[in-house]
Design a protein around this ligand. Structure first.
Ligand code: PLP
Length: 223
């Protein structure tokens, strides 16, 4: 099946309130253009450098999402154009995004990454840490960021029961944090679900799925 067919197949099964981020990491410009020409406008990358290179070559009405782990010293390269940063896992990073967004007279939307997986390798904060940030005075002074939701990555496993438990944990965290509303925080997005588990994620309350290989095919990291 073509990229366009894969895309349309996924879109046809998505509830209206669920957004699709087409994950293009490692994929060439020609593949992205195929999805673009089929109508897709929201794309996700997990490396800032790669996202910047693609941003420069592609149409400017694309919404770029940074879905990977963010190094603070690289925020400046994407601050002029990134539309949503999914992986906020500490307060210092938020402060840096705020600083760079201010330089560009922007307000950048961000999601707090919550650690839901049992694997140590996954990034993210606890519900308590997220809550502490959102309730802090220093946070309310950050005028150039807007926290619009949470993001999580489930454990890499075939055990659907475990993945479901982790998605439910993220939904629960979302509900808890949603009670906090400030001038720069209004939670509406739950970013969870990838190619192998997005149906389950949607059943558990996802409003934004991040799908790569089911649209563009398997990634080949050796080339
Ligand atoms: C690569 C990636 C995805 C997409 O993974 P697929 O299994 O190819 O759909 C989703 N989220 C993040 C954070 C990723 O790095």
């Amino acid at each position: 099946m073509s990229i366009k067919q894969n895309l349309n197949k996924i879109l046809s099964t998505l509830p209206q309130e669920v957004a699709l981020v087409a994950v293009t990491k490692t994929k060439p410009i020609s593949d992205i253009m195929e999805a673009y020409n089929a109508g897709q406008r929201v794309f996700g990358e997990n490396k800032i450098q790669e996202m910047v290179e693609k941003y420069e070559q592609l149409p400017k009405d694309i919404e770029w999402h940074m879905i990977g782990h963010v190094q603070r010293n690289k925020v400046k390269y994407m601050a002029s154009f990134v539309s949503l940063i999914h992986g906020i896992d500490n307060f210092k990073l938020l402060k840096e995004i705020n600083k760079q967004a201010e330089k560009h007279h922007r307000i950048i939307d961000c999601l707090l990454q919550i650690k839901i997986a049992s694997e140590d390798s996954k990034f993210g904060m606890t519900t308590q840490e997220a809550s502490n940030i959102l309730r802090s005075e220093e946070f309310s002074g950050l005028k150039h960021i807007n926290i619009t939701g949470v993001m999580g990555m489930a454990t890499f496993t075939d055990d659907k029961a475990q993945v479901k438990k982790e998605f439910q944990l993220l939904k629960h965290t979302f509900n808890e944090l949603k009670t906090i509303s400030t001038n720069n925080c209004e939670l509406k997005t739950i970013s969870m679900g990838m190619s192998d588990d997005y149906h389950l994620a949607i059943d558990c309350g996802s409003t934004m799925i991040r799908v790569g290989s089911s649209i563009f095919g398997e990634r080949n990291y050796s080339t």
